[in-house]
Design a protein around this ligand. Structure first.
Ligand code: B12
Ligand code: SF4
Length: 444
């Protein structure tokens, strides 16, 4: 038997920021060794839909759903059964079922083995799960599935799943609920050691679970002599000793969701805690003084945002010498509370923007209160462009505390800024999926 793993892109084109899709290393580790496996990642290569295979397994996010459905239709025209899993099919199983022979809800562990057994016996069930959320002990992703592929040299490693917060727009709470699970730190350490890569990206949505676990993890990373990056809630900066420990264990950069400079917006998105225990400038200073570079993200379109909301956020990000920053239109994804609220309020532009042939990447998908949808789209694009000008890149680089602290940091800084500058313009305004595929698989 042969299984083809497929990672669709937003649209059929290459990207320059492709990282290893960890879910396939997990699926590979759960697949019996006598089964032949191959991975095609559309961000790196075109998909050979006529190559013989017995089963296609796709990971699907909301932004890739339209493209995934188109690709799945092509495989199914060749008589090959398709299984879909990941965030989007979990949130929209009925929709995904229209394009897949089987849909897996939630985590793969404890389920994928059954899917493979059923596929072998020619008895795929239309739906698997949702099952209990398995313990993460003993997880051993098999990265041999990535051999020969030109991914970024980062090692992606997961410590835990879930987040203790519940921001209105976020998919994580919708996916994991209140369940927070961490792997034993020794498993994480062993996985990093096995990969033998210098730079690790800890992919957790929020690496800061609590003070004790943060100390345990960061302390265990010190002997590995690696450099690492992560996503973290700003409240970690309340604890200067933990920020110091992060830096000591090799933390080079943190992605922090600042989201808004307006406290009323933060309240509305259920992120009032962002400025409750520590103010932004103090938190930023703690990270930078420790030598940790900051990737700040902002979201626009909450009720206090008018057309003049963008420039202050860009200026703030430049003034505080962020390594990178992103300025996104608030986007209602399925099953997030934001989606349900905007739908109730009759403010959605499209019922399902992710399937709509009129939607373009980077565009507003709802009517904000303080500006028009077009102003929201243009404001975010303007902000991204302004933040990524050559003069901004130079201004931000001149930061002896963090970005210019060592030649390695300066190298990471320049490379990340060049990729980010390219990707912004490459993605903006693109239609999701292919415009035509002979017979359109998704008609909207
Ligand atoms: C790292 C990361 C990135 C990296 C890229 C990662 C990569 N490999 O290339 C970067 C920073 C580039 C990125 C970009 C974006 N990301 Co991102 N990203 C993540 C993050 C933090 C970790 C992903 C990961 O490695 N997870 C670990 C693996 C093991 O988990 P998993 O993929 O969920 O897989 C498990 C299950 O879902 C399931 N499963 C998954 N696929 C399949 C398939 C089958 C067949 C089966 C059986 C099971 C199964 O089994 C797995 C094991 O249990 C996630 C959040 C998260 N915690 O997952 C967001 C996340 C996936 N990203 C998200 C978004 C929105 C984006 C962007 C669209 C943002 C933007 N506006 O541009 C972009 C574009 C992504 C794209 N599609 O091209 C959202 C998706 C939400 C949604 N509703 O789809 C998430 C959930 C973040 C969030 N908080 O909302 N991202
Ligand atoms: S802190 Fe981040 S990961 Fe957690 S719920 Fe909020 S946006 Fe999502």
């Amino acid at each position: 038997m042969k299984i083809t793993f497929v990672r669709p892109n937003f649209y059929p084109a290459r990207s320059y920021d492709a990282m290893e899709p960890l879910c396939f290393a997990i699926l590979k580790s759960l697949t019996p060794p006598d089964i032949e496996t191959v991975l095609y990642d559309e961000r790196l290569e075109s998909l050979p839909v006529d190559e013989p295979t017995d089963l296609v397994a796709m990971t699907v996010e909301t932004y890739t759903a339209r493209r995934a459905y188109q690709v799945a239709s092509q495989y199914r025209q060749h008589g090959i059964p398709v299984v879909m899993g990941g965030y989007h099919p979990t949130f929209m199983p009925d929709e995904a079922s229209m394009f897949a022979d089987a849909v897996v809800l939630g985590d793969a562990e404890g389920v994928w083995e059954q899917v493979v057994r059923d596929a072998r016996a020619g008895r795929l069930r239309p739906r698997y799960g949702p099952y209990f959320q398995p313990t993460l002990e003993g997880l051993k992703p098999d990265r041999s599935i990535f051999a020969g592929k030109r991914y970024s040299p980062l090692a992606l490693v997961q410590y835990g799943r879930g987040c203790r917060f519940n921001c209105e727009f976020c998919s994580i709470h919708a996916f994991y609920g209140t369940n927070l699970r961490q792997r034993p730190v020794r498993d994480v350490v062993a996985e990093i050691e096995r990969q033998n890569k210098r730079h690790v990206f800890l992919v957790d949505d929020n690496i800061f679970v609590d003070v004790d676990r943060a100390k345990e993890l960061f302390t265990a990373l010190i002997p590995l002599n690696i450099r690492w990056s992560c996503q973290v809630s700003i409240d970690i900066a309340r604890y200067p000793e933990i920020v110091e420990l992060m830096a000591k264990s090799g933390c080079l950069s943190v992605l922090v969701g600042f989201e808004s400079l307006d406290p009323a917006n933060l309240q509305q998105m259920r992120k009032g805690w962002n400025s409750k225990w520590i103010d932004y400038p103090t938190a930023i200073r703690r990270f930078r003084d420790a030598g940790i570079m900051i990737y700040g993200t902002f979201v626009f379109g909450y009720d206090q945002d008018g057309p003049d909301a963008f420039e202050p956020a860009v200026e703030f990000s430049i003034e505080h010498k962020f390594l990178l920053a992103n300025f996104n239109p608030l986007t209602p994804t399925p099953k997030a509370d934001l989606y349900e609220r905007l739908k109730r309020e009759g403010r959605l532009i499209y019922d399902k923007w992710w399937l709509d042939s009129r939607f373009r990447y980077g565009e507003a998908t709802f009517h904000p209160r303080g500006m028009t949808a077009q102003e929201l789209t243009k404001g975010c694009y303007r902000a991204r462009t302004a933040f990524n000008t050559a003069s901004s890149i130079v201004r931000r680089l001149l930061d002896p505390h963090a970005n210019l602290r060592t030649p390695y940091r300066a190298g990471i800084y320049l490379l990340s800024n060049l990729v980010s500058r390219h990707e912004i313009h490459a993605k903006q305004g693109r239609q999701l999926g292919a415009p035509t595929l002979g017979r359109p698989a998704v008609s909207t």
